[in-house]
Ligand binder design. Structure first.
Ligand code: GLN
Length: 200
């Protein structure tokens, strides 16, 4: 049975561990390179991407995580995790570092110009059981995605707000701008556990 790590430098780590376990995986917090080396997949939680970027450097995990991802380790990022996984971030801090797991450009705090947080029911490609109730908290959106990036969900257009890409997958890397770990809907985590099984 694969072991899934949750990057535990900052953010909503416990919620991810609980949902991964409900989704049938073994899950452990990851704070050191040796712990990273023992996992088959990694979740990057919601929180604050600029802080996590800084802590990744302090804990000497930035390069090891980048290398594992470049080597094909499955990864799933929610919100701040999506920002970290992207190749490029708009409206980030100048010293914010990227993990390059997704060939996308994300805009940080993108919805925040209209509203800090909101909830929406989204159709999510490939998930059975109806729409996903998505909680967005100072969330990013995907502004540009390369060919080969699958769009799994977007928000509905409303008024002068266009539809925005908020869930994607590129090979073994999955990301959502929202937080399934906060609503207890385990379907996104089940999808990720399946991706880890398929890679192992
Ligand atoms: N705005 C945060 C960031 O820039 C993300 C917020 C979240 O993870 N809920 O990382």
């Amino acid at each position: 049975e694969p072991l899934i790590g949750v990057l535990a430098l900052q953010g909503d780590v416990r919620e991810h561990i609980a949902l991964l376990e409900r989704a049938g995986a073994r899950a452990v917090p990851v704070r050191r390179p040796a712990e990273l080396a023992g996992v088959d997949g990694l979740v990057l939680p919601g929180g604050e991407s600029t802080t996590m970027s800084r802590l990744l450097e302090t804990f000497e995990l930035l390069e090891p995580v980048r290398e594992r991802i470049a080597g094909g380790m499955p990864a799933y990022g929610s919100c701040a995790g999506m920002i970290l996984l992207a190749r490029q971030v708009l409206d980030g801090r100048p010293d914010q570092r990227q993990l390059d797991g997704l060939d996308v450009v994300v805009r940080r705090n993108a919805f925040g110009r209209q509203v800090d947080s909101f909830e929406a029911d989204l159709d999510f490609a490939g998930l059975d059981g109806g729409p996903v109730h998505a909680v967005f908290i100072r969330a990013p959106w995907v502004e540009k995605a390369a060919d080969g990036v699958e769009i799994l969900a977007h928000t509905a257009a409303a008024g002068d707000q266009a539809a925005r890409i908020v869930a994607i997958r590129q090979g073994p890397v999955l990301a959502t701008a929202f937080h399934p770990e906060l609503t207890g809907d385990e379907r996104v985590h089940r999808l990720f556990v399946k991706m880890v099984h398929e890679t192992k």
